[in-house]
Ligand binder design. Structure first.
Ligand code: NDP
Length: 322
C-alpha cells in the first residue's frame, strides 16, 4: 500500500510518499481502508522533530474510512462499518490499523470527510471550552488563530455556551471567516497590537480565558489580556514553543492560572472520547456546529498540504485523500 512516511526529521520535503507493507491488525485492532485523513498542525511538529516520535513513522493522527478486517477479540465493529478515529499514528496511508477502543461509528448522514474533519480538532475545541476552562454564559474569551481548524470550531462552541469571543487572525479574509463563525470582535494581530485592542474592547477588564495555540509570538501579551483569576490555556506552538517563563509573574497579574493541555489526556478513557465525539457529531447533525472543509489534497501531495498549512495559507480543515 502507499503511505506518507518520515524517515528523517525535516521540512515538508521530509514527507516521503512510498510503498510500505500493509499493517496486520492485532487481536484488539481493526484494519481500516482510509477514505479521508485529517491534516493537523501537530503533524508538522512530528515531521520537524519539535515533537519527537520514533522514526521511521507513518504520519497522521486522524482518519475516517471503512472496516476492512478485524482482530480476533474485536467485538464492537464488523467488516464494512463506517468509522473515524484520532490519536493513533499512521493515518496518512491507504490502510491503518487502529485499536477498537479508539474508534467511533459514523452515522449514515456523516460523510468520511466530515468524520475526518471532526475528530481531532472537534474534540480539541470541546475539551478546551468544556473542561480545561468551562465557558459559562457571559464569559469573555480570546481565541488566537481564530480562522484555523480548531479556531473556527472553538468560536462556535464558545458562542453556543453563551461566551463573548474576541478572535485574532492574520488577514482580512480570515477575519470574515471568524465573524461568520460567530466571533463578536476580530483583531488583525498581524497589523494591530492585540493586547491594546483587547484592553480597549473589554474597557480594561481583560478576558476570562485566552486560548493560545500560537505560542512563542503571542504568549506574553496573551497573559496581559487576562482579568483577575483568568485562565491562560496554551495549547499549541504554531509560531514556535514557549521555552522561558517565570511562574511568579502569575501572582501580581491577578493570581492567574496557566495550563498546557493535550487532547490525549482529555480523551484518555473511553467515556471521555465518547462524550466529546458524541457531542461534536450531535451538534453537526443539528446544524449547531458547522465544519469548514476547505482544502483537499491527494495523499501523494502531502508535502504541498504541509507547505500551505505552515505558510498560513489555509483556513478550516485540510483533508488528504488516498
Ligand atoms: P490551524 O489551522 O489553526 O493553523 C495554524 C494557524 O496558526 C495558522 O493558520 C495561522 O493563522 C496561525 N499562526 C500564527 N503564527 C504562525 C506562524 N508563525 N506559522 C504558522 N502559523 C501561524 O491549525 P490546527 O487547527 O491544526 O491547530 C491549531 C493549533 O492548535 C496548533 O498550534 C496545534 O498544535 C494546536 N492543537 C493542540 C492540541 C492540543 O490538544 N494541545 C490539539 C489540536 C491542535 P493566522 O494566519 O490567522 O495567524
Amino acid at each position: 500500500m502507499k503511505a506518507v512516511r518520515v524517515n528523517e526529521y525535516g521540512g515538508p520535503e521530509a514527507l516521503c510518499y512510498e510503498e510500505v507493507e500493509m499493517p496486520t491488525p492485532g487481536s484488539n485492532e481493526v484494519l481500516i481502508k482510509v477514505a479521508a485523513a485529517g491534516v493537523n498542525y501537530i503533524d508538522t511538529y512530528q515531521r520537524s522533530g519539535l515533537y519527537q516520535v520514533p522514526l521511521p513513522t507513518t504520519l497522521g493522527l486522524e482518519a475516517a474510512g471503512t472496516v476492512e478486517k478485524i482482530g480476533d477479540s474485536v467485538s464492537k465493529y464488523r467488516i464494512g462499518d463506517r468509522v473515524a478515529y484520532t490519536s493513533v499514528a499512521g493515518a496518512y496511508a491507504e490502510y491503518a490499523s487502529v485499536p477498537e477502543e479508539k474508534l467511533v461509528s459514523l452515522s449514515d448522514g456523516v460523510s468520511f470527510n466530515e468524520g475526518a474533519a471532526a475528530m481531532l480538532q472537534g474534540c480539541t475545541a470541546h475539551y478546551l471550552c468544556k473542561s480545561t476552562y468551562h465557558v459559562k454564559q457571559g464569559d469573555s474569551c480570546l481565541i488566537h488563530a481564530a480562522a484555523g481548524g480548531v479556531g473556527l470550531l472553538l468560536i462556535q462552541m464558545v458562542k453556543n455556551a453563551g461566551g463573548h469571543v474576541i478572535g485574532t487572525v492574520s488577514t482580512e479574509e480570515k477575519a470574515e471567516l471568524a465573524k461568520e463563525a460567530g466571533a463578536d470582535e476580530v483583531i488583525l494581530y498581524s497589523k494591530d497590537d492585540f493586547e491594546a485592542e483587547v484592553s480597549r474592547i473589554t474597557a480594561g477588564d481583560g478576558v476570562n480565558v485566552v486560548y493560545d495555540s500560537v505560542g512563542k509570538s503571542t504568549f506574553e501579551k496573551s497573559i496581559n489580556c487576562l482579568s483577575r483569576l483568568g485562565y491562560m490555556v496554551l495549547y499549541g506552538n504554531a509560531s514556535g514553543p514557549v521555552t522561558e517563563f517565570n511562574p511568579a509573574t502569575l501572582g501580581p497579574k491577578g493570581s492567574l492560572f496557566l495550563t498546557r493541555p493535550t487532547l490525549f489526556d482529555y480523551t484518555a478513557d473511553r467515556a471521555s472520547l465518547e462524550w466529546r465525539s458524541g457531542d461534536v457529531f450531535d451538534w453537526i447533525a443539528k446544524d449547531e456546529l458547522k465544519l469548514r472543509i476547505e482544502h483537499f489534497y491527494s495523499l501523494s501531495d502531502a508535502q504541498e498540504a504541509h507547505r500551505d498549512l505552515e505558510a498560513r495559507k489555509t483556513t478550516g480543515k485540510i483533508i488528504l485523500t488516498p
